[in-house]
Design a binder for this molecule. Structure first.
Ligand code: PCA
Length: 324
């Protein structure tokens, strides 16, 4: 009797210990964009949802604005387990694997509908690649469509010759080369300073990042080319995920699915709102001229050809799935 009581007590304390250990599961989530950005706000909501659904068992701390790792370092940090989870800009990793850059090709998918379609075509490939690297894809959300910020008004791509151009990815650097601009790679966290010091006179991005970085203080023209919608993806280290108990894993997956839906809706809303805010802050939002449109389309065609050459059979498969 005594003995049974003893083992029951042991069991109870072991369970309590187990719960205590679980309660201490803490994850760091490095992210590259400011806390006020819709992606970052969505990450915080995701973390809160996980916290609530697990009764505080899994605490995820979002470190926005590249405070923990710089944008291009986040993927490796998650792969190596320095961070259990993180948000990456997929197109940043195009040189590693061309599929990561599919959503950075100008005019391949240039609306929310086609971007979602491209995402669905990319998804099985992304999942496979990340699994090979010891990670999983939790969700992905598109940035608003990309347009051209430039100091002096432009009528065609020729007007971009020699202009100092900020790139955030291999593809945005390639665009600069194709139009004869001077590319310099600067991530969003350093963009305001690069504009203030005159290192950057133009760049392509969303109204969202234009507003986040107070671009209107330095650049007055935005050409609404709606050229592509790059995606942020939230990825998790597989060992860290596997170490969670089943209910906690389910809570993470459910919160991720909700965050994906919420994120795409937020992106659409921010797309409209941020262009209004840029205008309110003195920026002119231009519809690109027919010539500029045609020039950029040509850049897109060249880049798609180059991409297909490098991407091989996987690229063909992705395009097949996308165009189905
Ligand atoms: N903002 C990010 C990536 C795409 C976007 O809209 C940036 O400019 O760095």
């Amino acid at each position: 009797m005594k003995r049974r009581l003893f083992s029951a007590t042991l069991l109870a304390s072991a369970m309590a210990l187990g719960t205590a250990a679980q309660a201490q599961t803490k994850w760091d989530l490095p992210a590259a964009y400011p806390a006020t950005n819709f992606h970052s706000q969505n990450l915080v909501e995701f973390a809160n949802d996980v916290d609530k659904a697990t009764g505080g068992k899994l605490k995820i701390t979002v470190h926005s604005n590249a405070a923990l790792f710089k944008a291009p370092e986040i993927k490796r940090a998650v792969q190596g387990g320095q961070a259990q989870i993180g948000e990456i800009l997929l197109v940043n990793y195009q040189n590693e694997w061309q599929m990561f850059g599919a959503d950075g090709l100008p005019f391949l998918a240039d609306s929310y509908d086609t971007s979602m379609k491209l995402y669905q075509a990319q998804k099985p490939l992304l999942e496979k690649k990340l699994a090979e690297q010891g990670m999983s894809l939790l969700y992905a959300v598109a940035w608003p469509p990309q347009g051209i910020y430039v100091k002096k008004p432009i009528a065609s791509a020729a007007d971009l010759k020699g202009v100092k151009w900020r790139a955030y990815s291999p593809a945005t650097a390639r665009i600069a080369e194709l139009v004869g601009a001077q590319p310099v790679t600067v991530q969003a966290a350093e963009l305001s300073q690069a504009m203030a010091t005159g290192v950057v006179e133009s760049y392509m991005s969303s109204g969202s990042t234009g507003f986040d970085t107070k671009t209107y203080e330095h650049i007055k023209n935005y050409y609404d080319t709606q050229a592509w919608l790059p995606k942020n993806a939230v990825i998790v280290n597989k060992k860290a995920f596997d170490a969670l108990d089943k209910p906690t894993q389910d809570a993470v997956l459910k919160a991720a699915a909700d965050a994906e839906v919420r994120g795409w809706n937020a992106s659409k809303k921010v797309n409209v709102e941020s262009l209004d805010k840029l205008k309110a802050n003195g920026m002119t939002i231009h519809t690109p001229s027919a010539q500029l449109k045609a020039d950029m389309q040509k850049v897109g065609e060249t880049m798609l050809k180059e991409w297909l050459d490098k991407a091989g059979p996987e690229g063909q498969a992705l395009m097949g799935a996308y165009r189905k």
